[in-house]
Write a protein that binds this ligand. Structure first.
Ligand code: NAD
Ligand code: HP7
Length: 310
């Protein structure tokens, strides 16, 4: 049984980590959050210690260490811009890190983490759960096995409506979240580069607070992509059903069904991490470079636009 600590325990994603720690038969010994609404811990680890101040949390971890309790993993569910700092804290305490995506906001942050990983001998893992989705694995296997040199034509539409709160929270602040392409799109840029190889061209056609769209060319695919958190972007047929999320990938015109089956991917991520098969710094490099470029590229009016991008 491994000992875990959790940072960001009061947030939206923390319960998926609590569940994964429990369902992989491990234990949570301590948790930290600046916000004290963490009653959810009772459903998983009522005996874990909880702190709202970093210094008290740190002192507690130090005390446990002196008393012979080793901290194996620190799970990091805090806002994106704090990840690298919280990863360093974990590694300095002799624990491996399990950090939510995006691991960091900029490519050079990864270089700095490589140094600390080497110095400490600990491992930095991240959550890239789309790589564990059965439909996505099937698509990768098909592309790997294909003998054609012809590039696939891919359209990716990712609409996941958010209310007004999003813009007020840290997620709406580009300096903290990286903006929507970084905070939400990073999943599909990672998936695309994992399946279709290195990026050859990256063009941005639209970049606002609630929408982004562009064209990415990979070794094996030409991708028109559209991402939105505005419910007005939903196709009418989807909105009529009362659905607020629409995720679609077509490959050479054929739909790949991947909207379902997201719920237990954190459990699978934890199982693989504990076996030593977690995704790490090298796995994150391509998608972090893509999102960094998307944030900084000049917006082009012309080119191969996604049909939803007017
Ligand atoms: P959230 O805002 O709901 O939760 C973040 C929590 O961190 C809050 O409770 C906040 O009080 C706490 N926090 C902020 N600063 C802190 C600090 N210095 N020390 C301790 N706690 C602090 O956000 P969320 O949606 O839970 O996102 C958390 C992370 O998970 C982000 O990196 C996000 O990108 C990622 N995430 C991933 C997925 C996924 O599908 N893999 C889904 C949602 C969020
Ligand atoms: N929701 C909340 O109540 N609070 C939140 O903070 C977020 C959502 P999905 P996930 O928005 O930050 C995706 O779209 O898949 C509600 C990204 N992950 O299925 O869980 C929401 O209003 C993730 O990387 O959300 O998370 C819906 O009602 C990104 O950080 C419901 O939860 C996160 O959005 C489900 O919403 C975000 C993927 O796209 C795989």
């Amino acid at each position: 049984m491994k000992n875990f600590a959790l940072l960001g325990a009061a947030g939206y994603i923390a319960p998926r980590h609590l569940k994964a720690i429990k369902e992989t038969n491990n234990t949570l010994i301590a948790a930290l959050d600046k916000f004290d609404s963490v009653g959810v811990m009772d459903s998983y680890f009522p005996n874990a210690d909880f702190f709202v101040e970093f210094e008290r949390f740190d002192r507690h971890i130090e005390k446990l260490k002196r008393n012979g309790t080793h901290l194996d993993y620190v799970s990091i569910c805090t806002p994106n811009y704090l990840h690298d700092s919280h990863i360093r804290m974990a590694l300095r305490r002799g624990a491996d890190a399990i950090c939510e995506k995006p691991l960091v906001l900029n490519p050079w942050n990864i270089d700095a983490l490589k140094d600390i990983e080497k110095e400490s001998g600990q491992k930095i893992n991240t959550i890239l759960q789309l790589r564990l989705h059965p439909s996505i694995i099937a698509l990768k296997n098909k592309v790997d096995a294909a003998s054609t040199n012809k590039k696939y034509d891919v359209d990716l539409t990712y609409i996941t409506s958010r209310g007004r709160w999003y813009d007020i929270s840290w997620k709406g602040d580009e300096s903290k979240s990286g903006g929507i392409a970084t905070n939400i799109g990073v999943h599909f840029y990672d998936m695309l580069s994992w399946i279709f190889g290195e990026v050859q061209e990256n063009i941005v056609h639209l970049r606002t607070k609630d929408k982004a769209s562009g064209y990415l060319e990979f070794e094996k695919a030409r991708v028109r992509w559209f991402l939105s958190i505005d419910e007005q972007s939903l196709p009418n047929s989807v909105r009529k059903k009362g659905q607020r999320t629409y995720r679609s990938i077509t490959v050479n015109g054929k739909e790949i069904e991947f909207s379902a089956g997201f719920t237990d991917l954190h459990n699978i991520s934890y199982t693989e991490i504990i076996k030593g098969n977690g995704f790490g710094l090298l796995d994150s490099e391509d998608s972090i470079k893509i999102v960094h470029d998307i944030r900084n590229l000049t917006i082009l009016k012309k080119g191969e636009k996604h049909p939803f991008c007017s």
